[in-house]
Design a protein around this ligand. Structure first.
Ligand SMILES: [Mg+2]
Length: 274
């Protein structure tokens, strides 16, 4: 299957990092019920023992991704790392602990201000999601998600700027967070720690562009890289032209991971044992 030979060349020196929402878990109306695709998790349990490291890099709090992914009960995933809040938090399966600095005061202040702000913008039913060190305003449950997003962008950017916070736009979502961490930083910290020969990254949304950029820089350094884009049907995304592999959404991602697991099993050898 597509480009899997890049991993087969040196599995024990390969890092596989994956976004969570839209990559491992289907996008659903309620982000608190975005459970991971069971076939993807089953494949990762088979893949991880062959590789240097498997990591999940997500905007969500690490503990939430662990729960939605069923990642804590981990045959095969004993060395998994989940980097939450764009890498600010790190959960390691080996310890079961999340390591993270305290939530910035500015985030607490903006979270408190948002209900009144979205109501004033005419969208009192916009879903405000507490993401720990970030807060997200979702419009996907509203009647006109795109129109509501347009209405809310100005006021949300203004309140974020007032508190020196950044706004990360996504699919029907505006996410407010402190500067200084993006998925590119998460990729670079994995590389600094593990020095992989091959880096594979899978991600589907605008927040993944920073990771794509970081992976492109690794390629320029002479490392082998692979960018996988799970694309929703008919979706237009700047990731499409940069990806090495495009798969059909989260189902396609699961199939690609299963094929990778099959190929690694067939090639034999295990990089690490638990
Ligand atoms: Mg995503």
């Amino acid at each position: 299957m597509d480009k899997i030979e890049a991993v087969l060349a040196a599995p024990d020196r390969t890092v596989l990092a994956l976004d969570f929402d839209g990559t491992l878990s289907p996008i659903v109306p309620d982000p608190e019920r975005a459970y991971a695709h069971p076939a993807s998790i089953a494949a990762l349990r088979r893949i991880a023992p062959h590789l240097l490291q498997v990591a999940v890099i997500t905007g969500r709090p690490a503990a939430q991704a662990v729960e939605l992914g069923g990642l804590a009960d981990g045959a095969g995933l004993e060395h998994l790392v989940v980097m939450g809040q764009y890498g600010v938090e790190v959960w390691e399966a080996a310890t079961g602990e999340v390591v993270a600095p305290p939530v910035p005061e500015a985030i607490i202040a903006v979270r408190a201000a948002l209900p009144a702000l979205v109501a004033a913008a005419g969208h009192p039913d916009a879903w405000i999601e507490d993401k720990g060190r970030a807060v997200a305003v979702h419009t996907r449950r509203l009647i006109d998600p795109a129109g509501a997003l347009t209405d809310l962008t100005g006021p949300v950017r203004a309140v974020a700027a007032e508190h020196s916070l950044r706004v990360e736009p996504g699919k029907n979502v505006l996410e407010i967070r402190a500067g200084g961490f993006d998925k590119g930083d998460a990729v670079r910290s994995l590389v600094a720690r593990l020095d992989p020969a091959t880096f594979v990254y899978a991600g589907d949304d605008l927040g993944d562009i920073a990771a794509y950029d970081a992976v492109a820089a690794l390629r320029d350094q002479g490392r082998t890289t692979l960018l996988v884009f799970p694309r929703m049907p008919g979706e237009d995304s700047p990731l499409a032209e940069r990806a090495d592999v495009i798969v059909a959404g989260t189902d396609g991602m699961a199939a690609w991971l299963a094929a990778l697991a099959d190929a690694l099993d067939a090639a034999g050898g295990t990089a690490r044992t638990s």
